[in-house]
Design a protein around this ligand. Structure first.
Ligand code: API
Length: 320
């Protein structure tokens, strides 16, 4: 049977998006890993599954490119939000995710008529046990130097609810990815600190209420952007007084998003606002446990998104 799916992206973080009526229909981990292979039309960073929910309008599951499942995906949830809101002809709804039912809303375009959506990012915790992460039997790790990782980068660990380690780095470290690659590879292999791996982001303040974030994603590697990482970085930037609470623009290799941070005495309210671009329509067949993928037709949306890429490039040229 031929089935339809979409290729989508949020801030250049690309996914296949597939809606199923039956969560038991396939081995999503194997399907996700196969779909994301570069040999499949360039692959993708993950698979977004849209399924029925008993507690919300729909349910989202996130499979990384290596076939592992994550509890949350900020860029992906914006794409799922658009897909479900268009299906329901609504402007807001609740989407069930692994650890929270989250409000998603259609928003005014960021620029150039680009489809724009906002997603709630929750729950948030600085407790190392929620990542999980082990370090000196500490409960939290906020703005600290970790000698085994680096003698000069200060790190913060937070779950939103997937795990993030965020380093505040110098211009040199943001211009070269070598150290980040080496640290993230160690923390996503056999190691004493992060048994389930961790998304590793390097953050660099670039202006008034503006930061730049580059992320090595657990289960994927370097991506153009990681929505939960950008939102977590915006939160950390407020805690370190690099920016004010409110709306922070987060630039990344794939474009930019807006992150809203509100801190009510340690109760954090986070919202991620950004594009939800549908790139192309695909179809696949699943016969004798083998899949075949066919690209049916492109949308014309990537052309509009190019304006946001060009704006970002002009902004980041000052970084070099
Ligand atoms: N690699 C992440 C899941 C995808 C998150 C990212 N794509 C986002 O937009 O938040 C993890 O294993 O926690």
């Amino acid at each position: 049977m031929v089935e339809n799916l979409l290729k989508v992206h949020g801030s250049g973080n690309t996914f296949y998006l597939y809606e199923t009526a039956d969560e038991t229909a396939m081995d999503w981990f194997k399907f996700g890993e196969w779909l994301c292979r570069k040999s499949n039309d360039g692959g993708a960073d993950g698979l977004l599954l849209v399924a029925p929910s008993n507690v919300a309008t729909a349910k989202m599951r996130v499979i990384n490119a290596d076939g592992s499942e994550a509890s949350m995906c900020g860029n992906g949830l914006r794409c799922v939000a658009r897909y479900v809101l268009e299906r329901e002809n609504k402007t807001s709804c609740i989407i069930e995710t692994m650890k929270a039912n989250l409000l998603v809303t259609e928003e005014p375009s960021l620029m150039n008529e680009i489809p724009t959506y906002a997603v709630q990012i929750a729950p948030v915790s600085f407790e190392l046990a929620t990542l999980p992460m082990n370090y000196n039997a500490q409960h939290t790790l906020i703005d600290e130097c970790i000698p085994p990782f680096s003698m000069d980068i200060r790190f913060t660990a937070v779950s939103v609810p997937n795990p993030h380690l965020i380093g505040l780095v110098s211009k040199e470290e943001i211009l070269s990815a070598a150290h980040q690659q080496q640290l993230a590879s160690m923390l996503n292999g056999e190691n004493d600190y992060t048994p389930d791996g961790v998304n590793v982001s390097y953050m660099y303040p670039i202006g008034q209420q503006e930061i730049y974030v580059r992320t090595f994603e657990r289960g994927v590697g370097f991506t153009n952007a990681c929505g939960t990482a950008m939102t977590a970085s915006a939160l950390v930037a407020t805690l370190l007084h690099l920016v004010e609470e409110g709306t922070i623009t987060v630039f990344n290799p794939g474009g930019f998003v807006k992150c809203e941070v509100k801190n009510n005495n340690g109760e954090y309210h986070l919202r991620l606002i950004g594009n939800a671009t549908f790139i192309a329509h695909y179809s696949f067949e699943h016969v004798n446990d083998k899949w075949t993928l066919n690209k049916d037709r492109e949308t014309n949306e990537q052309h509009a998104y190019q304006a946001l890429i060009d704006f970002t490039a002009s902004k980041l040229s000052a970084l070099a």
